[in-house]
Design a protein around this ligand. Structure first.
Ligand SMILES: [Fe+2]
Length: 391
C-alpha cells in the first residue's frame, strides 16, 4: 500500500474554446452554464480598444442581459473587487464574464468569492491557509484573455492588494477556476509590441520553470515543453506583426499551457521577479525575461539533461547534451533581444546597493522552494548580481 505522502495529483480540468472570433461564443457558453444576467468584468483600456463590442453583441443576440464593471487597475485593489461584487449583486447577475489581462481575470475570479463569502478578503489569504474557508458553489465564470502570458484563465488563484496591509495577497482555491476559457487571437491583436514581448516571456518562463521544477508530473512536463516550442516559434512573429493571428493564437496557447504546467511548480526566476515588480514596479514578464538566463545557468549543474531539452525546443542544434545545456541561456537571451526587451537590471533603475534587500524578499518568496537546485539568500543575491549588467 502506498503511503499517501507519495501520492501526487495531476489535474487538467478547464474547458477551453480556441479559435479566431471564438469570443462571441461566450453567449452560447453563458446559456450552457445557466447564465441569463452577466456581469462583464473588464477595464477602461479593454473598452477603449473596442474589445467588448462583439461580446456585448453576441450576448444581446442570445438574450443574455449584461452590465459592465470597468473600474479595475493594473494592480487590483480589494476595493475594486468589492465594488464589482456589489455591481454583481445589484444587477442580480448569475454569471461573470472576465475580459482582459491577468489582473482583470483575477478580479473577475474574486468577484465570485466576494459575492458569496463575507468580507474582508484578507481572511482568504493563501499564506494563512485561507483556501480552507472557501466553499462552493461559486457563480459560473467565463474567462476571455486579451494578453498571452499569465494564463490566469486556467489558473486557480487571484492576486489582490488588501487595503489594510497594502500587501499583494494571493487567494487560492480550485473553486476559483473559470468554468470556460475562450482563447481568441483577435482579442490579443491590439496588444502593443512591448506588452506582447513581456507577457510572452512570462509564458515562456512559466513553461521553463515548470519543466525544471521538482516533482513528478509527466503531463505538465510535456505541456511545458510544448509551450516552449510554441513561444520559440511564434513570439518574435507576434511582436513584429501584431496582426498575425496564427502567431497570436500560438502565444495564447503557450500562455495557457504555461499556467497549466506550473501547477507542478515554478522556481527561482519567479522568486527573483516578484520583488522587482513590488519594489520597482517592473513589468512581471520583463523581470522574468531579465532573470531567466542566469537561473538556467545556476540550475545547469543539477538538471543538465532537462536544460538541454529546453535548448532543443528553443532551436539550438547539437548532438551533444552538454553543449545544448550550455547554450540554453544564450538562446533565451537571443529571443529576449529579438523581441526588443532590455537585458539588464541597471537599465531599469536598480543599483548594486538595492540587491541585498531584494535578495531577502526573493528568499521569502515561496516559488524557489521547488527550484531544482536549492537556493540560499546568498545564491539569490548572486543571481541578481549576474543580471545587473548586460553580459
Ligand atoms: Fe509569471
Amino acid at each position: 500500500m502506498t503511503d499517501t505522502q507519495d501520492l501526487v495529483l495531476w489535474s487538467f480540468p478547464t474547458r477551453v474554446l480556441f479559435g479566431e472570433g471564438a469570443a462571441t461564443q461566450c453567449s452560447v457558453e453563458a446559456l450552457r452554464l445557466g447564465g441569463r444576467r452577466a456581469l462583464l468584468v473588464a477595464d477602461e483600456g479593454i473598452e477603449a480598444a473596442g474589445l467588448l463590442g462583439s461580446i456585448r453583441g453576441a450576448l444581446d443576440a442570445a438574450g443574455v442581459v449584461h452590465q459592465s464593471a470597468l473600474d479595475i487597475s493594473s494592480n487590483p485593489l480589494e476595493s475594486e473587487v468589492l465594488s464589482a461584487a456589489r455591481a454583481y449583486d445589484t444587477f442580480n447577475a448569475d454569471i461573470v464574464i472576465g475580459v482582459g489581462g491577468g489582473s482583470v481575470l483575477d478580479v473577475a475570479k474574486l468577484v465570485r468569492l466576494a459575492t458569496t463569502h463575507p468580507a474582508p478578503l484578507a481572511q482568504y489569504d493563501d499564506a494563512i491557509g485561507g483556501s480552507k474557508s472557501i466553499s462552493g458553489p461559486l457563480p459560473p465564470m467565463i474567462a476571455i484573455p486579451t494578453t498571452a502570458g499569465t494564463g490566469s484563465e486556467v489558473g486557480r488563484s487571484g492576486v489582490v492588494t488588501i487595503q489594510a496591509t497594502n500587501r499583494k495577497t494571493v487567494i487560492f482555491s480550485p473553486l476559483l477556476l473559470p468554468d470556460v476559457a475562450i482563447l481568441d487571437a483577435e482579442m490579443t491583436q491590439t496588444m502593443p509590441p512591448m506588452m506582447t514581448a513581456a507577457t510572452g516571456m512570462d509564458a515562456l518562463t512559466h513553461c521553463v520553470e515548470a519543466y525544471c521544477s521538482e516533482g513528478d508530473h509527466p503531463m505538465a512536463d510535456a505541456i511545458a515543453l510544448g509551450g516552449v516550442r510554441l513561444s520559440h516559434r511564434s513570439l518574435e512573429i507576434a511582436v513584429e506583426n501584431g496582426a498575425n493571428l496564427k502567431a497570436r493564437g500560438e502565444m495564447l496557447k503557450a500562455g495557457m499551457m504555461g499556467a497549466v504546467a506550473f501547477q507542478k511548480g515554478l522556481g527561482a526566476c519567479h522568486s527573483l521577479a516578484h520583488p522587482l515588480s513590488t519594489e520597482f514596479g517592473m513589468h512581471h514578464g520583463l523581470a522574468n525575461a531579465i532573470c531567466l538566463p542566469a537561473v538556467l545557468d545556476f540550475n545547469r549543474s543539477t538538471i543538465s539533461d532537462r536544460i538541454a531539452e529546453i535548448a532543443r525546443q528553443l532551436g539550438v542544434r547539437s548532438d551533444d547534451a552538454n553543449t545544448l545545456s550550455f547554450e540554453c541561456a544564450g538562446a533565451v537571451r537571443a529571443l529576449r533581444s529579438a523581441v526588443g526587451l532590455p537585458s539588464d537590471l541597471r537599465s531599469q533603475g536598480i543599483e548594486e546597493n538595492d540587491l541585498p534587500r531584494l535578495a531577502a524578499l526573493a528568499f521569502a518568496d515561496p516559488c524557489h522552494q521547488l527550484n531544482p537546485r536549492r537556493c540560499s539568500q546568498d545564491d539569490l543575491l548572486a543571481l541578481y548580481r549576474a543580471c545587473l549588467d548586460d553580459v
